[in-house]
Write a protein that binds this ligand. Structure first.
Ligand code: TXA
Ligand code: MG
Length: 338
């Protein structure tokens, strides 16, 4: 299959692909998504094949009008309504009890469905042009970092999907926040573009699912199936180093081989003597979210790099999402360096 590289001027043409049951990767404000008609189970199945995604991992359904939610869910509770009013369109995904028009492939057999109303102008226009909700996971091969440019999508998906719409670089740089409102109190399943603190200010206490910060045990069931898989990982092995600026710099400067890279903050760069890359500014969590996935992909371009010593992010505000992704990239391996 030849994958067409399209632009925002080709939305009509791209919408025909969706109407014919094909796959189109689209820009959103978080990361690129790989979209299909969410109401066509056969089309949705192709997403799993193209990504190599386990069939038990459900997809997010994207809408372009809040009223579209009523036919997709069987209950839209008060707290969900308030979150929608405050954060939609935007980087928030809500898990709600599903209606019976949701195909089995989308919800992977669960009783719930995840819904998001993205704010990216191309995504909004495209959903409207298609005239149907779009099921879309991140447009990467399963397990690798999510794509934040059309180039990243092509690197993973060229030849596997019908088209990519190039909308430039994604603004947020990591995926939406996933929260379930199918239970009370609501529970955060995946931190992302909207922070826990911002949501709690508006709807009060939110539980944080154990899988947000910790590795699931062997036989533990994942509330959000996506959280149980190794994720966001470059080919090189990643280890997080938790400790002070000085100890981090000392630790990496003591390494003598040429196969190791320091994944640090901008401020560390002048002091580090081994190979290095930065994933953002130390106290600027937004910059870290924006850069993390693209730097993880960048690291893999140098095949001699076998080991990555990354600085361990904070866990408040947007940094919780950065931490959640990078700890998975590291397979939960953290060394305390004081
Ligand atoms: O920003 C984003 O959310 C991007 C863009 C394209 O919208 N999409 C994205 O999709 O990140 P994906 O498939 O890579 O991640 C969706 C996550 C997975 O961890 C999945 O398990 C979870 O949401 N999820 C989907 N439906 C769910 C459900 N019914 N219950 C619990 N978790 C669900
Ligand atoms: Mg994903």
């Amino acid at each position: 299959m030849k994958t067409q590289l399209l632009t925002q001027n080709d939305l009509k043409q791209a919408s025909l692909i969706i109407k014919n049951g094909g796959l189109v990767a689209i820009p959103t404000e978080t990361v690129y998504g790989l979209s299909a008609n969410a109401l066509n189970g056969k089309a949705v199945e192709k997403i799993f094949k193209a990504k190599g995604r386990p069939m038990d991992n459900p997809l997010i359904v994207h809408i372009c009008n809040i009223n579209d939610i009523y036919k997709l869910v069987s209950d839209f509770p008060e707290k969900a309504r308030i979150l929608a009013e405050n954060f939609w369109p935007g980087a928030l995904t809500m898990v709600l009890p599903k209606s019976n028009i949701i195909p089995f492939e989308v919800s992977a057999g669960l009783e719930t469905v995840a819904i998001r109303f993205p704010s990216h102008p191309i995504a909004m226009k495209f959903i409207e042009e298609c005239g149907c909700p779009l099921a879309a996971p991140s447009a990467n091969l399963s397990g690798s970092p999510s794509p934040t440019t059309a180039r990243h999508v092509m690197d993973d998906m060229n030849g596997k999907i019908d088209a990519v719409i190039d909308g430039g670089e994604c603004d947020v740089g990591l995926e939406s926040t996933v929260i379930t409102l199918a239970e009370n109190p609501p529970r955060l399943l995946r931190p992302g573009g909207v922070t826990l603190e911002e949501m709690e200010k508006i709807i009060g206490h939110i539980e944080v699912d154990n899988a947000v910060l910790n590795a699931l045990k062997e036989n533990q069931k994942a509330a959000s199936p996506g959280m149980k898989y190794k994720h966001y990982a470059p080919k090189a092995k990643v280890i997080l180093l938790r400790g002070s600026d000085e100890n981090y710099i000392d630790f990496v400067n003591n390494i003598i081989d040429n196969n190791t890279i320091a994944l640090c903050y901008d401020e560390d760069i002048p002091y580090i003597k081994i190979k290095k890359m930065s994933y953002g500014i130390k106290n600027d969590y937004i910059s870290q979210a924006h850069r993390l996935f693209s730097v993880l992909r960048e690291i893999d371009k140098d095949e001699s790099t076998k080991l990555v010593y990354a600085r361990c992010p904070d866990t408040t505000g947007m940094a919780l999402a950065v931490y959640n992704r990078i700890i998975r990239a590291a397979g939960f391996e953290v060394i305390d360096i004081g």
